[in-house]
Design a protein. Sequence first.
Length: 296
Amino acid sequence: MAGCAAFVLVGDSWWTLAVAAFMAVTFAQVALVMHDVAHRQVFRTRRSTEIVGRIVGNAGIGLGYGWWQDKHTRHHANPNHEELDPDVAPDILVWSQRQARASRGLARIIGRSQAFLFFPLLLLEGLNLHVAGIRALGKRSLKHRALEGALLFLHVTAYLAALFLVLPADKAVAFFVVHQALFGLYMGCIFAPNHKGMPTLTGDDRPDYLRRQVLTSRNVRGGVLTDLALGGLNYQIEHHLFPSMPTPNLRHAQVIVRAYCADIGVDYYETSLISSYREALKHLHHVGEPLRATDH
């Protein structure tokens, strides 16, 4: 609400771009709330979870709840599995040298330099999330398509109407670009440390539940600010082991999980936020090596 009030009060001024940046952070934090709701950390019943999830996601920030929940559930079941985890399916980016060798078109071109292009491409991730939710409305497998579509339409209509009623066209377009670009960048920066650069699985390579979740996940060290900025997902190992555990409890569970992994000889990986980005980029650069080799 503070961001909406600031948007109206600042009005026709280029300072509105500062409001756009603030609202980008706000939208990402709301997305984290939707994430927790979808994992049933907030409500006991499925009905309450789905109602609030769609209000927060579809109507609140224009992110398709049904599409995202299906995708995220499959990710949790098989994290970093190249055939089963949609988050490491080859698209514009490739996540293994095997995917790189099989890539075609734009992915093959971008793959050569994807480590350098990763953060710039995240500026488009916000729009990608919105478009993916809208495209999913065409799939019969999506439940409550009419409701999801109506809520997304409500969000888009209210969002664009507010922009062009309060701001002249040039500032409205600038606000939209800054808001969506920084929203996508922030969302990418939240999720990139979790699994990117960690081991990937293929075929029938499916270890037991604990190893499948722990060995493919990375925790990020930090204090209260890190917890806030990453929405508690810096405790990614604990979140994957206990997805319905309320986020504030994950740091308490970490003590137990880390000790148990040490007892049974399972690698438990944790690093700083900056190191997590460095490792993800190093992995992306390594993955693109077969594509760079074809240039010679």
